[in-house]
Design a protein around this ligand. Sequence first.
Ligand SMILES: Nc1ncnc2c1ncn2[C@@H]1O[C@H](COP(=O)(O)OP(=O)(O)OP(=O)(O)O)[C@@H](O)[C@H]1O
Ligand SMILES: [Mg+2]
Length: 265
Amino acid sequence: MSTTPVPVSDQPVLKLSNVESAYGPIRAIRGVSLQVRRGEIGTVLGSNGAGKTTILKTISGIIDPRKGSIEFKGEDITAKDPAFIVQQGLSHVPEGREVFPLLSVRDNLLMGAYTRDDSDGVARDMEAVYGYFPILKERAGQDAGLLSGGQQQMLSISRALMASPDLMLLDEPSLGLSPKLTKEIFEIVVRINRERGTTILLVEQNANMALNASDYGYVLENGRIVMEDTCARLREKEDIKEFYLGMKEEGQRDERRWKKKKNWR
Ligand SMILES: Nc1ncnc2c1ncn2[C@@H]1O[C@H](COP(=O)(O)OP(=O)(O)OP(=O)(O)O)[C@@H](O)[C@H]1O
Ligand SMILES: [Mg+2]
């Protein structure tokens, strides 16, 4: 047996095998297999209703899958309780941010740390998130409901960080934000990954931002993964450029029906 240690980056932190989830008769995702390696940013790209949110909810235990399995750090977490999964080091930043509007920004952050009993570490992480998003420090005493959409997204990401996660799930951080704010938030997400070593799985309709920020990507259509590759290679693929990044040559018309359904920004 070889004694050479496996490089950390080759170990999957998260592994989905053949996962299927449904809402009653509606099978939202089918045969979904994907991996996120330690330290990387993984992304799932898909248009409206492709099943992105369903994948994240299934990972974090909000929905129990009908089939398949989910491993986190080598342990089976399939259909485990969401609170248990958070305790294992997996935080979920939900679609549409979902901050507690009547709690102050500071108390929202402390809610993120509710599973921890290391008050020194919590205080350090509070300073760290204020470093990433200084506006949250300025607004620490204000009700979170008074923040702008972009600031609420910052708070939602920061609240997830307060659990000191090994893996953070991000559901469409760009949703409803201006291009400038989206760029700022993605830059911070990349910094969090590089500086803290937090592994990230990001789902997006904004293929452009997601492919630039991430290392490895999956394309999801109608609940199935139809393509996967490094983001560097996905960015170069003609059909990705044409259909997902809006980089079609001028003057050409494409009559393929499925293209018209797409709603990529
Ligand atoms: N609570 C629900 N009840 C019934 N069907 C649902 C429910 N939530 C989602 N679906 C359906 O499951 C499919 C996948 O939805 P999901 O929300 O995972 O997609 P998504 O990729 O996150 O879309 P979006 O980009 O709009 O957020 C869609 O067909 C959707 O209509
Ligand atoms: Mg969604």
